[in-house]
Design a protein around this ligand. Structure first.
Ligand code: AMP
Ligand code: MG
Length: 416
């Protein structure tokens, strides 16, 4: 059996482009308003009605005729009491006023609202102490939106205010881009689930938990396939289950070790190996395979490598599937307060803690940077990006840092 596809190591930016070019947004589905926040709108939204539906009061006070209060003080007869939600057919005539609360519809005849602070009311009368121009303190029908007004275009990321607006238009659901079903698979004879941990040298499949948690954070409910032993048939069965989902993400078994079966199994399943090695650290061996158009990410097993490669490749790909146009974490210039040395050849993603100081953001390394040290990732606020060619960064160098502690998204990856 041959493993088709590239064996060459690819630059970081080229790998990202290669992957994203293979990924297409999913179709649309109907989504109830509860749960719509954070999704991407799949329809153009236009107002179907006026909001507010009627002219209404912007203040608690008295609805009057502006001409009646041209000269103040003046005393008017109170002929109606209009709390919000109550309206009347009684027309307000000369010398008359209606007691009115914020949001109540303005009765016919009245054209202006005097706020309560500018009046001295009794039960049947009100003395108005302030003259106001025609139309003061009235919110006009349709002043928020009127029928046909463009509320949001397809492709908009739905925020809580937009959920409120859709509800205000009288809708209970909205068309959004679907979320991918993502299967997560751990591979390795040395792995156990946390509740099976014993003192026999085996380790917990922490990657399963970090990856599922990352998906949950993205609003994707992971389909967890558990641990597959390093046996081709077992891995094959697991992938076959996974391929019922839209995307499969596996960890481990993707290197060149004797029992690294992932690439071979995926090739046997008809997969096209699009990408294998990327010139990055941590990360390096990373298989990107498509099977019948379905993306499979074979991430490395080392805990930091799997998370960093997920961040660089899988997260933007999943966001693209969900219809997002902005796919990337923000990258900001940060002063690195530590020295950093490396050989040439690979781009490094260095775990850093951030500290906002008067002159801007500063970063310090989170200690041991080896790709097995999960604590370095636990403590990291961001990943400092050090180009492949760089060999030495003196303390005080400004470097781009991908901010992991922020969920907002950018159009641009921020580094190449
Ligand atoms: P591999 O890529 O399979 O060669 O694994 C590389 C390293 O990552 C080994 O030390 C594994 O024990 C470790 N590793 C592999 N899979 C996991 C996992 N699911 N959770 C935590 N560590 C893992
Ligand atoms: Mg392994």
């Amino acid at each position: 059996m041959s493993q088709r596809g590239p064996r060459q190591s690819v630059e970081m930016a080229a790998a990202r482009t290669l992957i994203l070019d293979e990924i297409q947004p999913l179709g649309a589905e109907n989504q109830a308003l509860r749960g719509a926040v954070g999704r991407v709108l799949a329809e153009e939204l236009r107002a179907s009605r006026s909001i507010p539906p009627l002219d209404n009061s912007a203040m608690d006070g008295f609805a009057v005729r502006a001409e009646d209060i041209a000269t103040v003080p003046v005393t008017l007869r109170v002929v109606e009491d209009l709390p919000a939600g109550r309206w009347t057919d009684r027309k307000i005539g000369p010398g008359e006023a209606a007691r009115i609360m914020t949001g109540a519809a303005i009765p016919d005849g009245a054209d202006t609202v005097v706020m309560i602070e500018d009046t001295e009311p009794t039960t049947t009368q009100v003395r108005v102490n302030r003259s106001l121009p025609f139309g003061a303190n009235i919110r006009r029908a349709g002043s928020d939106v009127s029928p046909g007004a463009l509320v949001a275009t397809a492709g908009t990321l739905i925020n809580p205010s937009l959920v409120g607006m859709i509800a205000a238009l009288g809708r209970t659901s909205v068309s959004v881009i679907s979320r991918p079903r993502v299967a997560v698979l751990a591979t390795g004879d040395e792995l156990v689930e946390p509740d099976q941990l014993e003192d026999d040298g085996r380790i917990v499949t922490s990657n399963s938990y970090t990856l599922c948690a990352t998906l949950e954070r993205m609003g994707i409910e992971p389909i967890y396939l558990g641990i597959a032993k390093d046996e081709p048939e077992i891995i094959r069965d697991a992938f076959l289950r996974g391929l019922r989902a839209d995307v499969v993400v596996s960890t481990g078994g993707v290197s060149v070790g004797d029992r690294d079966w992932i690439k071979q199994v995926l090739a046997d399943l008809g997969g096209e190996l699009r990408l294998w090695r990327v010139k990055m650290k941590p990360g390096a061996p990373l298989a990107f395979v498509t099977i019948d158009g379905r993306p499979v990410f074979g991430l490395p097993g080392n805990p930091v490598s799997s998370l960093v490669t997920f961040e660089q490749f899988v997260r933007p790909a999943l966001l693209k599937m969900m219809g997002h146009r902005a796919l990337y974490r923000p990258v900001e210039p940060v002063v690195l307060d530590d020295v950093y040395d490396k050989p040439t050849g690979r781009m490094h993603f260095v775990r850093v803690m951030l500290d906002r100081q008067p002159d801007g953001l500063h970063a310090r390394l989170t200690g041991d940077q080896s790709s097995g040290v999960l604590l370095s990732m636990v403590q990291a606020d961001g990943l400092a990006i050090v180009s492949a060619e760089t060999t030495h960064l003196p303390a005080g160098t400004t470097v781009p840092v991908q901010i992991l502690s922020r969920e907002d998204l950018c159009d641009d990856p921020g580094f190449n």
